[in-house]
Design a protein around this ligand. Structure first.
Ligand code: SF4
Length: 83
């Protein structure tokens, strides 16, 4: 898998495939949080995201769950998320 910078996930997603659909956090202003301070927020190209899924498909026999990273992954268009 290809990741830009550090990647975070909740403990409940320990066994999930982590796929970055965004990089950084669209808000990135919470004073208690430094997770994405070094990143400038942007959406990854859909082609790159889909390529990551194809890489994972070749590397892993079975994937039960997928976690979409980074911060604010649901900011993406519904069509992108559906793809
Ligand atoms: S990841 Fe969450 S807690 Fe951290 S800056 Fe963004 S909105 Fe705030």
């Amino acid at each position: 898998m290809r990741y830009e910078g550090r990647v975070f996930r909740p403990p409940s997603e320990a066994y999930s495939l982590i796929v970055q659909v965004t990089v950084g956090c669209s808000h990135n202003k919470c004073t208690f949080c430094d997770m994405y301070k070094e990143k400038r927020f942007h959406l990854r190209k859909l082609e790159d995201v889909l390529e990551d899924f194809n890489i994972a498909r070749r590397q892993y026999r079975y994937i039960e769950r997928v976690f979409l990273a980074d911060g604010d992954a649901l900011i993406r268009k519904t069509e992108d998320l559906a793809a």
